[in-house]
Structures are given as structure tokens and as C-alpha cells.
Design a protein around this ligand. Structure first.
Ligand code: AMP
Ligand code: ZN
Length: 461
């Protein structure tokens, strides 16, 4: 199947052709790990997980190399470490693990490689040395800077030119920089900065700039020219522009052939961001909503369009997913069918059109209900296989229908399990009043207890 992707470089949808179909390379900029991630941060990870899955189906699992980095050295991490008196590595290990647990809860597949910036400092120093020796970078009092005036096509990704940057620059022009748009490749250590964030370099002890981290990790793991580089629209400028500047000036070849950018997740029409203070943390949302509902909600809009994060969006996602799980439950026992439907792949191959793919998933659920209504076992088996195959493509339907029906937080599930057990105990000791009281309490919460030969189970109704 032909995959078409909207390439920011060129600003149009293009047929995706990898350089080498036996080694398709994908890079997505990962998080800076110093606190909990918000659901906006998860949008690129979830939408490009859809792309990763699509590439694996198209080229074979072993033929797709996906790297998603962890930024574990950065001003905000250092500030937090000083403020709390906590070693940097404690902070980054803790929040790196929380981030990965959040990704698991959202059914985001682990990337092939997860490079951590501090393990690639040598590569960053080498890349900076190359840029200095080729005349693209210079040393000043506070570090080493990239000289944007030396690169002919600087600004080609975002369509900004250096003059625009200068006109609109809020970047302080200092004697440190030759041009306002110049950016740091190496930052010399300042007094009071933790040892942990200081490495030796030919220019003196210090640490790398943020942009050079990705350039070096990409070169180390994926190569000089990669197939797809992706991230949020806010990274287009300056981060991705500067990655291009560094990598292309050092290597003399294009950095990435396709650049993909997701739109913002908004709250009341404004970007969800830490600086605006309007964030919903993934960690907190997972207390109230199953991970698949959050994922479904994120996929309900096209990745390039802004998406407003509202309670209504979540309610709708939960209702729709519930209806699909309900259909899956009806055909659950009909095993052995074969999936042949290509509609989801067709939608996803068209620049990751997840809204259409989710509509197709709903259609498959309707077909499962029709097969169940007709008690057609062959159709039911086919419908079950189709739903599960579609789920695999979208990273949904990973629970059994019974697990879905018991959804909710782990704490809540344990509490309900304990109540159901208390009711079983009450019945065993013939305390019918207590057993009924517990059943009524559960019913009031919308929980139905089902007594069967194998014991009691429950579900939300
Ligand atoms: P940050 O932690 O701000 O560096 O962001 C990590 C990733 O999340 C980047 O790819 C950002 O572009 C992306 N991102 C941050 N905020 C949002 C948002 N509100 N909507 C969509 N993507 C976002
Ligand atoms: Zn990056």
C-alpha cells in the first residue's frame, strides 16, 4: 500500500519512499524529564506510534528503526536539581520511568532505541568540533555558537529567513553572538552548577545545547540522512531548523527526507503548556479514565489540526469505545476467523487519517453486532478477527471485553473487588441483609454483580 505523508519540507502530501526498504528510519523528539508529562506531550508520541505501526506492517517489523530520545540534561533539570538539592540523575531516572509508564498506559509501543542525551556527549562534542573546523561555529565568552549567516539555506523548514528572525527577535543580542539567531552548541559551565551537568570539551568544561543533542543521537543511531523526523509543530522552529543547520553543515547531506509536525492539543483554544499553567497530566487523567480512552480521544482529530481537550471529548471517546467493546464481547467466543478488511490501513496511509480510521472501527463494530444478531457464527468469527486486527493497527482493544467492563483505576477496581468479596462472604454466612446491602450499594454506583457457577463477577453498566 502506498503511504502518503504531509512533508513540512515542501509543504505538501508526498508518497513516502524510504531510502532503503530494509532499514526505514524514524526519529521523534522525546521529552525533557524533570516533571510529569501532560497529555499534550503525549499527542506526538501517540500519533507517531500509529506511523511506527503502519511502517512496521508495510516494511516488516525488523526493517523499521525508531529512535525517540530522552533529554536528561537541560537548564530546567539543573534548576530543579539545585532548588531541591536532589542529584540530577535521581530526577531524570524518576521522571524518565514515569514517562515510560505513561506511554505504556497509552499503548504506545516502545521505540527500537531510546537514547539518553548524557550518554552521547562525545558525539555532541565531535559534531561541534566539525562545525567549528568548517567555519560554521565560533567560540565566544559563554560557549560555542552556530553562525546562522554561514548557512545559505538556513530557515528552509519553517520558511523563516534570518531577517525575519532578527526583526522579531526577542533573543537578546549580546556580544556573545554574531547574529541574534545564532544558537549555542556548547554552553560553558557557570559557577554553582552541579558537577553532574559538566563535561570536558576542547572549549572548556560545560554541557551541550539542546539542539545538538538530537543531531548527535540521530547520527549515532540512525545515520546522516534519515527517512522521517517528527515532532510537535512548536519544534519546527527553532529546534528542528537548528537540528537541520547542525547536521547538514557538518555532514554535507540532507538530515531528513520527510518532516512531520503535529498540531497542538488545546484547552479552550489555547495550547496546553506548562508555561500557561493549563495542563492535564497524563498521570492524573489515568486516575479517572482508562488509557485507551485518552488514546482514542487523541486520535479522534487529524494529527495536523489543533484538537481541543474537553470533558466532552473524553466522554464521547469513552462511549464510542464502550460500544465497540460491547460488540467485541458479543463475538468474543467466536474464534478462528480471518481479517481481510483494509479500510483502516487505507485511511492511515493517507497522511495518518485517524478520524476516518476510527469511523471504520465503528463500522466493524456495527458489523459484529449484525453478525451476533443473526447468530451467524462464521460472520461472528470474521467480525472478531477484524475488530482485533483493527485494534492492533490503532493500539486499541488490547483489553478483553471483561477487563474493559471492569475499567477504572486500579484502586477503584480493588475496592469493588473487595466489596464483591464481602458480599460473597456475607452470603456464605447466610447474612442475606448484608449481602443485599452491598449489592444495592454497588448498583447505586452502576455496578452489576453477576452470580454464576464459577463465582461472582461484576461489570459497569
Ligand atoms: P516539551 O516537553 O514541551 O519539550 O514537549 C515535548 C513534545 O510534546 C514536543 O514534541 C512538543 O512539540 C509536544 N507538545 C508540547 N505541548 C504540546 C501540545 N499542547 N500539543 C501538542 N504537542 C505538544
Ligand atoms: Zn529534537
Amino acid at each position: 500500500m502506498t503511504i502518503k505523508l504531509y512533508n513540512t519540507l515542501g509543504r505538501k502530501k508526498q508518497v513516502f519512499e524510504p531510502q532503503d526498504a530494509s532499514r526505514v528510519t524514524l526519529y521523534v523528539c522525546g521529552p525533557t524529564v524533570y516533571n510529569y508529562s501532560h497529555i499534550g506531550n503525549a499527542r506526538p508520541q501517540v500519533v507517531f506510534d500509529i506511523l511506527f505501526r503502519l511502517l512496521r506492517r508495510t516494511y516488516g517489523e525488523a526493517s523499521v528503526v525508531y529512535a525517540r530520545n530522552i533529554t536528561d540534561v537541560e537548564d530546567k533539570i539543573i534548576a530543579r536539581s539545585i532548588e531541591e538539592g536532589t542529584p540530577i540523575s535521581d530526577i531524570t531516572q524518576k521522571y524518565g520511568a514515569i514517562y515510560n509508564a505513561d506511554m505504556v498506559a497509552l499503548n504506545v509501543l516502545p521505540p527500537t532505541i531510546e537514547p539518553w542525551a548524557t550518554r552521547h556527549i562525545d558525539g555532541m562534542v565531535r559534531l561541534t568540533e566539525q562545525l567549528v573546523s568548517k567555519g560554521y561555529a565560533y567560540k565566544s565568552a559563554s560557549g560555542v555558537f552556530f553562525d546562522v549567516s554561514q548557512m545559505e539555506d538556513y530557515g528552509k523548514l519553517s520558511g523563516r529567513n534570518i531577517e525575519d528572525n532578527e526583526a522579531g527577535a526577542r533573543v537578546a543580542v549580546s556580544d556573545e553572538k554574531r547574529n541574534p539567531a545564532d544558537f549555542a552548541l556548547w554552553k560553558l559551565a557557570k559557577d554553582g552548577e552541579p558537577e553532574e551537568a559538566i563535561w570536558d570539551s576542547p572549549w572548556g568544561p560545560g554541557r551541550p545545547g539542546w539542539h545538538i543533542e538530537c543531531s548527535a543521537m540521530i547520527a549515532a543511531h540512525l545515520g546522516k540522512t534519515i527517512d522521517i523526523h517528527a515532532g510537535g509543530i512548536d519544534l519546527q522552529f527553532p529546534h528542528h531548523e537548528n537540528e537541520i543547520a547542525q547536521s547538514e553543515c557538518a555532514h554535507g547531506e540532507p538530515m531528513a527526507r520527510y518532516w512531520l509536525h503535529n498540531g497542538f492539543l488545546d484547552m479552550d483554544g489555547e495550547k496546553m503548556s506548562k508555561s500557561l499553567g493549563n495542563v492535564k497530566l497524563i498521570h492524573d487523567l489515568l486516575e479517572d479514565w482508562p488509557g485507551e480512552v485518552l488514546r482514542f480521544a487523541l486520535l479522534s482529530g487529524h494529527y495536523r489540526a489543533p484538537l481541543d481537550w474537553t470533558r466532552d471529548l473524553l466522554e464521547q471517546a469513552k462511549t464510542t469505545l464502550g460500544r465497540i467493546y460491547g460488540a467485541l464481547r458479543r463475538v468474543w467466543d467466536a474464534e478462528g476467523g480471518t481479517a481481510t478488511d483494509r479500510s483502516i490501513d487505507k485511511a492511515l496511509s493517507d497522511d495518518l487519517n485517524t478520524p476516518v480510521a476510527l469511523a471504520e472501527l465503528s463500522r466493524l463494530a456495527t458489523e459484529a453486532n449484525q453478525a451476533a444478531d443473526a447468530s451467524d457464527t462464521a460472520m461472528m468469527a470474521k467480525a472478531r478477527a477484524e475488530l482485533l486486527a483493527a485494534g492492533e493497527r490503532l493500539g486499541l482493544l488490547t483489553l478483553t471485553p471483561a477487563e474493559w467492563e471492569q475499567g477504572g483505576s486500579e484502586d477503584d477496581k480493588s475496592r469493588i473487588d473487595a466489596l464483591v468479596q464481602a458480599r460473597i462472604d456475607a452470603r456464605a454466612s447466610k447474612d442475606w441483609a448484608e449481602a443485599d446491602r452491598i449489592r444495592d450499594q454497588l448498583a447505586a454506583e452502576g455496578i452489576e454483580v453477576m452470580d454464576g457457577a464459577g463465582g461472582s463477577t461484576w461489570r459497569r453498566v
